[in-house]
Ligand binder design. Structure first.
Ligand SMILES: *Cc1c(COP(=O)(O)O)cnc(C)c1O
Length: 364
């Protein structure tokens, strides 16, 4: 009998949003709209497409493990020293590296209820226990409650800001206070996967906690995570990054696979960064789509959580049934993990949103 660590029995396999092709195949549908994985419905920058076509034939070579050009470009863009950046095969890979390095069976990971499910999965794989702090009844999160729940065993705190799936985000002032009181022996993972969408709406820029300029904000152990999967539209290429102190990056580099970020992803990310006009367009269109969905959901009498991201969580009578019925209509949404009465819909193009709202009319 092959043995494996018993704590793996606790680990639930991550269920991704259904791919379009799968729904077309299984339900015999031609037109399928995917609003399930918070992808950019407007594709990606045309510069990216051109660069990938040009570089496609170079994939016989291994990529640059150190991502030299991308590191240089990102360092300039963020005004962060090169040695304070780590790249991952999606920011998910960095979340996994963090758990592998900083968690073990004697430690505890702390997070809010209803956080991004990957935090719990990677923590449990590392054998750590997971403590979840309840949300307020309106799904807002009180950061002081996290501080109150820190114990000697707490090694890592995960916060997604904005939160996926609720869409809620804590404000800069709340974080300023929280960071001041954060113990020195805890690593805060501040996951800003939706930063581009939330920016300018009172949320903090986590990089200012990694490298504080404000003397009132002390330097603590923090890693900020961002991704090219959402506003930059590169989800299929798998590339994200982390920003932390040189020391934390050095430690994480020990567990990074040498060629974790593929060549085309590196090429694409360089071009994507240069095309901030595309990001701006995507974010503006997201605001328009958000209003369209708010209005549509409101008109139909649905309860939903206001969002800082590119997705909306809304309440239904029977989530599984509504989910299945929407699938049959060719609209893929997503159960909102941790919220059994809710579904999560990504904000799409005007047409996609319309199709979703029309489908919703016929399914309940
Ligand atoms: C989408 C998402 C990620 C990003 O994942 P990638 O691996 O970079 O594609 C990270 N955190 C949260 C909260 C997300 O919703």
């Amino acid at each position: 009998m092959l043995e494996y660590p018993k704590h793996l029995d606790e680990v639930k396999v991550y269920k991704p949003g259904k791919p379009i092709e799968e729904v077309q195949r299984e339900l015999g549908l031609k037109e399928v709209v995917k609003l399930a994985s918070n992808e950019n419905p407007f594709g990606c920058s045309l510069f990216v497409k051109k660069a990938i076509e040009k570089e496609a034939l170079h994939i016989n070579r291994y990529p640059d493990g150190g991502a030299f050009y991308l590191r240089e470009e990102l360092s300039k863009f963020l005004e962060v020293p090169k040695e304070q950046i780590i790249f991952g095969n999606g920011s998910n890979e960095i979340i996994d590296m963090i758990a592998r390095v900083f968690l073990d069976p004697n430690s505890e990971a702390l997070m809010f209820e209803g956080s991004f499910v990957v935090y719990e999965i990677v923590s449990k794989i590392a054998g750590a226990s997971v403590k979840k702090v309840p949300l307020e009844c309106d799904f807002s999160r009180n950061l002081e409650n996290l501080l109150r729940n820190i114990t000697d065993k707490t090694k890592v705190i995960f916060i997604d800001n904005p939160c996926n799936p609720t869409g809620f985000a804590n404000k800069k002032e709340e974080f300023d206070e929280f960071i001041k009181n954060l113990p020195e022996n805890v690593l805060l993972v501040l996951d800003e996967a939706y930063f581009e969408y939330a920016k300018g709406h009172g949320v903090p820029d986590g990089i200012n906690y990694v490298n504080p300029i404000n003397p009132n904000i002390p330097k603590k152990n923090i890693i900020v995570l961002r991704t090219f999967s959402k506003a930059y539209g590169l989800a299929g290429l798998r590339i994200g990054y982390g920003i932390a102190s040189k020391k934390i990056i050095e430690i994480l580099e020990k567990v990074r696979q040498p060629f974790n970020v593929n060549y085309l992803a590196q090429v694409a990310a360089v071009e994507a960064l240069k095309d901030q006009a595309f990001v701006k367009f995507s974010v503006e269109q997201n605001e328009v789509g958000k209003e369209q969905l708010y209005e549509g959901l409101e008109r139909k009498g649905y309860t939903f959580a206001p969002t800082y991201g590119n997705f909306i969580m809304f309440k239904v009578n029977d989530a599984q049934e509504v989910y299945n019925n929407l699938l049959r209509k060719g609209v893929i949404v997503r159960p909102a993990f941790g919220f059994p009465d809710y579904l999560r819909v990504s904000i799409g193009t005007k047409e996609e949103n319309k199709k979703f709202l029309q489908a919703l009319d016929t399914v309940c």
